[in-house]
Design a protein around this ligand. Sequence first.
Ligand code: HMH
Length: 221
Amino acid sequence: KSKVSVIETWLRKHRLLYVGATRHPFIHSIRDGSVDVSSFKRWLEQDYIFVRAFVPFVATVLLKAWKESFDATDMDVILSGMASLNDEFAWFNKEASKWGVSLTNVAPQKANLDYCRFLESLMSSEVEYTVAITAFWAIETVYQDSFAHCLEDGSNTPEELRDTCQRWGNDGFGQYCHALQSIAEHHLEKASDDVRKRTEAAVLDVLEYEVAFWNMSQGDT
Ligand code: HMH
């Protein structure tokens, strides 16, 4: 009998919440082409603010990998994630001008502020690497799974939104998420029950913040 991984167990246990975060009505609306342009623009503006806060979070994950992991590939994978975040800022600027959106002086909405505050709590040196790297995996995976769904056969995603879906839904990003999952799983296997419990709670928090973030994009805060 093959052993089910810790992460796989959590995904089964919290299936409804995971599906809620990755198959949100906003994602369905992109996939079926009924998406409201103002919702998409709101998502773009707010996500730019989120990614600004995400970079320092990833920096702390990198710092923890350097201090707490003896496997050099952890740092390689995290660093590749940081490098793609650098490209992402250029992409946000290009996308914003395509939609006639200005990314400066956007006020963060409550769901975004709450999520950014949560990220900041994970940046503390008191938060173990296992908790941080697993939360990182969850954050990236929600976007990967959501946007890949909009590119599957049978989807009706409008041409002008395909670039956005490709950004997170492409195979390379999928492989990167799998690499993060293997790293997280490896550390979870060795973790104490206490750290495991706190990691599970952090993953659930991520999924809830992601649902609230999609709700906010639809103007439903
Ligand atoms: C809200 N979650 C949110 N924004 C993102 N850009 C990602 C996850 C993936 O990086």
